[in-house]
Design a binder for this molecule. Structure first.
Ligand code: HEM
Length: 235
């Protein structure tokens, strides 16, 4: 029997997407607080900050995206209709005259379809928030931003694409085709890995600014996510 206080277990399998949001909110918040990310959302953001972000995300997607998609059952992959995002990141960098040179060819991914789905939730979600960040950068950087094909990956269809993705997650879980606990666990593992990789990238791009991580109390993550939406939309 499920322990109702166990944060890795969805309360009902039909609401997996919502559960994922709450379960990973604290790590999302920790990612947002990394200096690299804080610079990106600051009103004084520079083109160099944007380039640092793209290079860091290129490392993350190169290490995870292909292997996460490979682990998924073909049927689930087709249902999800997820398009790889790494090419868009590399295109954005090339457009800025900054071709990306990968630091490593290591492929990292949690084992099993359910866990891979959780990992994909993390990578897909980055483009959901990305649209908000793209608007902010467009305001601050103007034409120097270029096409921002990664951040604005789904363009005006961003919300529809996310609803579709979340709906399929819910349906796979409701029909017993995936174990929701494995999805949540895969999302946790992947988000923690992304956090570590971005922290490393941060230390490389701005050693003097990288400081120790502070984790806020449980529950504050979801609130902070809501706050960041409001702040970015207002500025
Ligand atoms: C400065 C950095 C970031 C900011 C400001 C940010 C902001 C946001 C915002 C505003 C949303 C909600 C968008 C909406 O509901 O329309 C969101 C969602 C999300 N972001 Fe981020 N994000 C950042 C970085 C990342 C990164 C690096 C990842 C993972 C690689 C990520 C993963 C997600 C996920 C998984 C969601 C979906 C949450 C849900 O289930 O609704 N974010 N982000």
């Amino acid at each position: 029997m499920h322990d109702i206080h166990d944060a890795t277990r969805p309360a009902t399998s039909a609401r997996l997407a919502i559960h994922l949001r709450h379960a990973t909110a604290k790590t999302h918040q920790a990612v947002e607080r990394l200096p690299l990310m804080a610079r990106l959302t600051s009103p004084s953001v520079t083109r160099e900050d944007y380039l640092d972000y793209l290079h860091a995300l290129a490392e993350v997607y190169a290490a995870l995206e292909g292997s996460l998609l490979d682990v998924l059952d073909e049927e689930i992959r087709n249902d999800l209709g997820v398009r790889p995002k790494l090419p868009a990141i590399l295109d954005d960098l090339a457009e800025q005259g900054q071709p990306h040179i990968p630091r490593t060819s290591t492929q990292l991914a949690p084992a099993g379809s359910g866990a891979a789905l959780g990992g994909l939730y993390v990578l897909e979600g980055a483009t959901l928030g990305g649209r908000v960040i793209a608007k902010h950068l467009r305001r601050c950087l103007g034409p120097a931003l270029g096409s921002a094909g990664f951040l604005d990956f789904h363009g005006e269809h961003s919300s529809a694409a996310w609803k579709r993705f979340a709906g399929i997650l819910d349906s796979l879980s409701a029909h017993g085709r995936i174990d929701p606990a494995e999805v949540v666990s895969g999302a946790h593992t992947t988000f923690a890995l992304v956090h570590r990789m971005l922290e490393d990238a941060d230390a490389r791009s701005a050693p003097a600014q990288a400081g120790p991580e502070h984790i806020e109390p449980p529950g504050s993550g979801a609130r902070r996510l809501a706050t960041s939406v409001a702040a970015l939309q207002e500025d």
